[in-house]
Write a protein that binds this ligand. Structure first.
Ligand code: COA
Length: 444
């Protein structure tokens, strides 16, 4: 061990760290917004995470402690959550609140905290870690941009429908939007349960999690959002989640929107935009600042974006994603792959299809043409010439395909070392890996 690494001890968080961690994180995060002052929203968020959060325990924090003072000087938190794709549960850890006290920076504390986090995820069988953060920085720690985030047009406030023209709030038989109460939590959880079986990657919430979002957080919590429900008479048919104040640019940001009947979307989008216009004007009046626009933090194809007023196009951004084991990730999605091939009436003609990821390989096993197992194998020495290898690709390419972030033609275009044995394999893998909309509002 070097002298520097002996100076710091990396350990799990404890409930008694709450005050120190809130102070530490408030002094390093979002400092541009506070002009270098402690950020009260960050402090309240850390306090919430360490006290009464439905899915976070103090142990989910990892802390670097200065052994000379015994005080935390760097930390992060791994927020455990289950995402869902076509009904298959995908355990994910979202990394948040990565920060090192100014005077302790440059000691590789972030590297050490991430190494501990990745070890923990491997031990706990969590195949995916994701983070939103500093451009490029997390690539150094094994992350890649593999989930679309953002990209829907920003709708100018002047383009929003005014309330009261044709859909007064609460009119019988119409779809309207109102603030949620905790009595809506069961209905909201039902909507998520239904969406979890669909073709988008989502982060479903149960009733407890919805109650927490609606009424459980400290008012100042930086992660607090306003939840509204889409209703048809007494029936809750969808939800809309947005920020609780305007940004300094005068934008109201939408982080999630859902509707449990696709046929309702054209009317739902109108009702939601009406509500956003009304809310944005209210926030503007109480803050004494102009309301400029609704910022849809949603994918370009999201129905709220497609069916809403035209806006100013935005370039999609990405979330960083890492997996310690791409073959395990693929194996978890076995039912999804099997169903996609069945739906396309495709049966594999050999007992196995081998995808080599340079070093390791995924052997997909078939019975009567139907996928029955995904097994990890040692990769071929030279997958490009190995007669038993059907496809070879870098692990990062398989991650992108598995999450539906890139299609096979895109991967073939980007990675010259993505190789396919024949046209049949190409057809099979094209069907296996369609683009998947990422409609994630992570649990934090
Ligand atoms: C980002 C941060 C956590 C890095 O802390 P750290 O413990 O000093 O990082 P490490 O010592 O492990 O790594 C240092 C390396 O990261 C680089 N680095 C540090 N901060 C960086 C930043 N904001 N942007 C880009 N690179 C950064 C350093 O230049 C150094 O690079 P080198 O290896 O080429 O010398 C720290 O700068 C911080 O707390 N920033 C404010 C909060 C923040 O932005 N958190 C991330 C939110 S996503």
């Amino acid at each position: 061990m070097t002298e520097e690494s002996e100076r710091y001890l990396v350990r799990p968080g404890r409930a008694c760290d709450a005050i120190e961690l809130a102070r530490l994180q408030a002094s390093v995060q979002l400092q541009a917004a506070t002009d270098g002052q402690p950020h009260p929203g960050i402090a309240a968020w850390v306090e919430d995470l360490l006290d009464g959060h439905p899915s976070v325990v103090p142990d989910d924090f990892l802390v670097a402690e200065d052994s000379t003072t015994g005080r935390p000087v760097a930390s992060l938190v791994g927020l455990r959550q289950d995402w869902s794709l076509a009904g298959v549960r995908l355990p994910v850890v979202q990394v948040e609140l990565v920060g090192t006290a100014l005077e302790h920076r440059g000691n590789r504390l972030t590297d050490r905290l991430f190494a501990a986090l990745h070890q923990r995820c491997a031990a706990d069988g969590v195949p995916v870690q994701m983070i939103e953060g500093i451009p490029y920085f997390y690539r150094r720690l094994g992350y890649d941009y593999a989930l679309a985030n953002d990209g829907a047009p920003t709708v100018p406030a002047t383009a929003l429908p005014a309330r009261g023209h044709d859909l007064p709030e609460g009119s019988r038989g119409s779809l309207t939007v109102r603030p949620a109460t905790i009595a809506d939590a069961d209905d909201l959880a039902d909507i998520d349960r239904r969406l979890a079986g669909g073709d988008a990657l989502i982060c479903p919430r149960n009733a407890e999690a919805w109650r927490y979002e609606i009424a459980g957080r400290r008012p100042a919590d930086q992660a607090r959002r306003a939840v509204a429900v889409l209703v048809h008479d007494a029936d809750v048919r969808g939800y809309l989640v947005h920020t609780v104040r305007l940004s300094t640019a005068g934008e109201l940001t939408v982080v999630a929107a859902a509707c449990n009947r696709p046929a309702d979307w054209p009317r739902a989008a109108a009702a939601m935009h009406t509500h956003l216009g009304h809310t944005g004007r209210q926030y503007a009046a109480s803050a004494g600042q102009p309301f400029a626009a609704v910022r849809l933090l949603l994918d370009q194809q999201h129905p709220l974006a497609r069916l809403g007023p035209p806006g100013v196009p935005r370039r999609p951004r990405g979330w960083y994603v890492r997996t310690g084991d791409p073959v395990d990730l693929l194996a978890r999605l076995l039912p999804v792959l099997r169903d996609r091939w069945l739906a396309a009436d495709l049966r594999w003609h050999e007992p196995a299809l081998t995808i080599d990821i340079y070093g390791r390989a995924a052997r997909l096993e078939f019975t009567n043409g139907e996928l029955t197992a995904v097994m990890a194998r040692r990769g071929a020495v030279s997958p490009s010439t190995d007669p038993h290898t059907h496809a070879a690709m870098p692990p990062g390419a398989l991650l992108q395909l598995t999450l539906g972030h890139r299609t096979l033609p895109e991967v073939l275009d980007i990675w010259p070392d993505c190789l396919l044995g024949d046209r049949l394999t190409e057809h099979f893998l094209t069907v296996a890996f369609p683009r998947v909309p990422a409609r994630i509002w992570p649990r934090n």
